[in-house]
Design a protein around this ligand. Structure first.
Ligand code: ATP
Length: 339
């Protein structure tokens, strides 16, 4: 496990008027996923590639578990940091197993038999049954399958950190959603610290514990999806994350934002009869439950202590969505936004 900390990190490419990354500071807690989003050219890839020193910073520090990466040997550093990009870059003349194995070998310390079983474990982990896939060549795989091999390869040295630069950007929407699900499943097992660049806000919302919004090299805001939706720092963030997007609000805001705080309405003595909803449900979960049942009110309860928190209705959901909209600043069109 590892934590990544950016401290006033700046990158100025020679001959360019403005820094590509401008005094950026934030932390990625260990075992969490942070997704970098922003307009094209806002410095996301530059920031990511400074972590494994494919790009050297002009000033500032990047700390991995408290150690400045500039003090580390770049080759050793890259063994501890997995790197997945859109162009998977598999060796075309090597089989799937050989492609994964070359990286596993770098980690060292394993005999041939252990290496083979390690390759099989990794292929299983990324959803490619080894019996079917280990002998195939990259040209015999779909784009999504190649991306899975890329992920297996990045995990082969068991790095604490994964850097992922638009890894699913070239995949069709269905394969992309499937790969996101797979990454979530894998992350539940392996708990890597992941820094992920994406152009896709839905992907960022799905995968990110935190989302970092960049514009012109600067960090505009970092926060959880709900924080960005409910309290965007400025118009740019608001527009980029779609803070006025009703479906997204329903999908991510918790039911507790729209409670009618009247625990007396349903006394706990009648809990057995009342339709209930857990406090970690989203507004969308509650709305679907209300629409598909013949009740007009759900009692929201905290599953950890079984305490009743209040009630939720279609009216209270509607009121919260309207309130969110009215508290957001009017949205200006940033010039280069394409997200
Ligand atoms: N090697 C380089 N030399 C000079 N300028 C560069 C170099 N690499 C990137 N830049 C500039 O730095 C800025 C940030 O680029 P970067 O690739 O980090 O942005 P990005 O947010 O990842 O963009 P995209 O989303 O389009 O991939 C851009 O203005 C880009 O033109």
């Amino acid at each position: 496990m590892a934590q990544i900390a950016f401290r006033d990190i700046t990158k100025r490419y020679p001959g360019t008027p403005a820094p590509a990354v401008d005094a950026v500071s934030f932390d990625v807690p260990e075992g969490s996923t942070c997704v970098l989003v922003g307009t094209s050219g806002s410095g996301k890839t530059t920031l990511l590639r400074m972590v494994n020193r494919l790009i050297e910073p002009t000033s500032g520090e990047i700390l991995v578990d408290g150690t400045n990466v500039l003090r580390e040997n770049p080759i050793q550093l890259r063994r501890r940091i997995g790197y997945v990009i859109q162009q998977v870059g598999l060796f075309p003349h090597m089989t799937v197993a050989e492609n994964v194995r070359v990286t596993a070998e770098i980690a060292g310390g394993w005999n041939k038999q252990r290496l083979n079983s390690r390759v099989d474990e990794l292929l299983d982990l990324v959803g490619l049954p080894p019996a079917d896939y280990r002998k195939r060549f990259p040209r015999q795989l779909s784009g999504g399958q190649q991306q899975r091999v890329g992920l297996a390869r990045a995990l082969a040295t068991d790095p604490a950190i994964l850097l992922m630069d638009e890894p699913f950007g070239a995949l069709d929407a269905i394969t992309r959603a499937r790969m996101q699900d797979e990454l979530q499943r894998i992350q539940r097992d392996v708990h890597k610290t992941i820094l992920f660049v994406s152009h896709d806000i839905d992907e960022a919302f799905k995968l990110g514990d935190q989302i970092a919004v960049m514009s012109d090299g600067k960090l505009m805001q970092i926060g959880s999806p709900v924080e960005l939706l409910a309290r965007p720092a400025n118009d740019f963030v608001s527009q980029l994350v779609g803070a006025d997007n009703t479906l997204r609000q329903l999908q991510y805001l918790p039911v507790t934002t729209a409670l009618d705080n009247r625990p007396e309405v349903v006394s706990s003595a009648h809990w057995g009869d009342a339709a209930t909803c857990k406090s970690d449900a989203t507004l969308l979960d509650a709305m679907l439950q209300l629409l598909s049942s013949d009740t007009s009110t759900l009692t929201v309860f905290d599953p950890t202590n079984q305490k009743q928190l209040g009630t939720i209705t279609l009216t209270s959901i509607n009121r919260e969505i309207s309130r969110q909209r009215s508290t957001q600043a009017p949205i200006n069109q940033p010039e280069s936004s394409h997200a």
